[in-house]
Design a protein around this ligand. Structure first.
Ligand SMILES: Nc1ncnc2c1ncn2[C@@H]1O[C@H](COP(=O)(O)OP(=O)(O)OP(=O)(O)O)[C@@H](O)[C@H]1O
Ligand SMILES: [Mg+2]
Length: 407
């Protein structure tokens, strides 16, 4: 029996089918842009965002704890989270997921995966929370935010967060602290938080801000602020702080590294360290970003059977690093890609300092897609070989020198 080609089994997402221009920003989530609504719909429209999200075990755990805590439950929840990634990305994606949940409350119940989160959290609905977003790569303490648009000028993380949580009234509480570049203490933070509803504070790319504000002393005060805010969040039953600190190791000097360690230690001590995705989960993330995917289609099974048979009957020719005995599982988790395709990115390229993990894993097939997928679908004649032929288009994820080094 002839095997069905992948393009008759899985359907690429509409933007790939239409050959819409490749926009690198689609592979990077910007929390500030999600907040102001200018991010691409896949990130800013919560229903679409949840549709394409794969709830990794830890993402589910994080969402469950946050939803539970925002509902006022202190048991089996943490108030502070320090997000990191081991294989693949997902920090900003996780913060975005929390943002959508907390800003929509009960309206979130119909999005994909939310019923599972609610069931795990054992609460009837998502509680709407006052939500603040601070993105270290965006906020500039010299030029500040606001001032000319009718909102008060904000120049420190604390007055920006206060303003987002409670408007001008909350801002006034830390106005003086802003002028003196001094972090507020717990008493003031208590008053800065809303009394009548939960609060969620999301912080991304913290290291970038720390690095830029070390000279002015603001970075030191930020450490104190994060410390005090964490303590207040822990003492309350419906306040959550989720932080992502990382910067690329390549971009860190010795002072950055020492600050990084200090912040990490603080957050891990006062909260929970969460690794957002495991290696085995990356292919599931990639499939959802590229295809209209919910689960492995039945029509894929004969192809998986055939490949498994081939692996098993040619064992002696297969390199040692490929676990032939797990080939069936691997084929199932990587379809429509050959297991080696994604595994090359995970095993070899993620060791490269400039390789941007999930984002870069997403880029190759996507780049091939824009350039040629429509052609593939029209001609229905080519296969994975195109990946290698169009390779040059996606090597931009790493430097050429380094590609040669591993090649
Ligand atoms: N669980 C997931 N489900 C679906 N897509 C995901 C998931 N996790 C990450 N992604 C996608 O993978 C890409 C990279 O993720 P993200 O931007 O969150 O990584 P990051 O850890 O913030 O990376 P960086 O350190 O470069 O900021 C994004 O396109 C994101 O939407
Ligand atoms: Mg990020």
């Amino acid at each position: 029996m002839a095997l069905k080609p992948w393009y008759d089994v899985v359907k690429p997402r509409e933007d790939l089918r239409e050959g819409k221009p490749l926009d690198a920003s689609e592979f990077a989530v910007h929390l500030d842009k999600v907040r102001d609504g200018s991010a691409p719909p896949v990130y800013s429209r919560p229903d679409e965002f949840f549709e394409r999200t794969f709830l990794t075990a830890n993402l589910k755990d994080l969402a469950t704890q946050v939803v539970r805590r925002l509902s006022g439950v202190k048991v089996e929840t943490s108030a502070v989270f320090n997000l990191s990634t081991q294989f693949g990305g997902g920090k900003t994606h996780a913060l975005t997921l929390l943002y959508h949940l907390a800003t929509h409350g009960d309206a979130a119940k119909n999005w994909k995966g939310v019923s599972t989160i609610l069931a795990n959290a054992n609460v009837p609905a998502v509680s709407k929370a006052a939500t603040a977003v601070f993105v270290g790569t965006e906020f500039d303490s010299i030029s500040g935010r606001g001032g000319s648009d009718g909102t008060p000028m904000r120049k420190t993380p604390w007055d920006e967060i206060a303003f987002q949580l409670g408007g001008v009234d909350a801002f006034r509480l830390v106005e003086e602290h802003e002028k003196l570049l001094t972090a507020p203490g717990g008493d003031v933070i208590e008053r800065m938080l809303p009394v009548d509803k939960p609060a969620l504070i999301l912080v991304d790319e913290l290291m970038n801000y720390i690095s830029r504000t070390r000279k002015s002393g603001l970075a030191g005060q930020l450490y104190t602020f994060v410390h005090n805010l964490s303590e207040v969040a822990r003492s309350r039953n419906n306040v959550v702080l989720a932080v992502s600190i990382p910067a690329s190791e390549l971009e860190m000097n010795a002072e950055d590294q020492s600050d990084f360690d200090r912040f990490k230690k603080l957050l891990d001590r006062l909260g929970r360290a969460m690794i957002m995705s495991a290696e085995t989960e990356t292919s599931e993330i990639v499939r959802r970003r590229l295809f209209e995917w919910s689960s492995l289609p039945k029509e894929a099974i004969p192809t998986i059977d055939a490949y498994e048979h081939r692996f098993q009957s040619n064992k002696s020719q297969i390199p040692d690093w490929f676990p032939v005995e797990q080939s069936r599982e691997l084929l199932k988790t990587s379809y429509p890609f050959h297991p080696s395709v994604l595994s090359v990115f995970q095993r070899k390229w993620q060791g490269l300092p400039r390789f941007q993990q999930t984002r870069a894993v997403l880029r190759p097939p996507r780049a091939v897609g824009v350039g040629s997928l429509r052609g593939w679908l029209q001609r229905r004649a080519q296969g994975l070989a195109d990946l290698t032929r169009h390779g040059a288009a996606w090597r931009s994820g790493v430097s050429h020198r380094r590609v040669r080094a591993v090649g």
